[in-house]
Write a protein that binds this ligand. Sequence first.
Ligand SMILES: [Zn+2]
Ligand SMILES: [Zn+2]
Length: 157
Amino acid sequence: MGKHHIYEGGCLCGALRYRATKKPVGVAHCHCRNCQRHTGAAFVTSVGFTGDAFSWTKGQPALYNSSANGQRGFCSHCGSTVSFHWLDIGTDWVHAGTLDHPETVTPELHFMTKTQVSWIKLNDGLPCYPRYVPERKGSTEGDPAYTEIQKELKRNR
Ligand SMILES: [Zn+2]
Ligand SMILES: [Zn+2]
């Protein structure tokens, strides 16, 4: 304890910059179709922070509501897909590739692997969940119930 946790990052052009001042509440690879479409990548590594720990230090992202409770943030200048904001839970998630130092976070799991593309071969030993963790009742699209994931992770530790 006593160590300062500062995580900074931003978009490709530098118009968007963010800072988080606490350890992540979760680091997860998501294979859902929305993440694939939003980023153009086969899967996305998201790093979550509580709302009180996260702030934009330069610019503000353009926002797209990809689900009732989720907003995806991107740079309106360079197009970098930077963030996901879980509105009901109040967490702010950034894509690990936008961190200045992506190696400072440690992924914990994969989820939504039911839509994992077949040419991605996982061999990292992390738990894989076909859907959300656990599945979010009533939700048919979009994004994981991150607080539920955290509960699940704590149970498994
Ligand atoms: Zn940009
Ligand atoms: Zn996703």
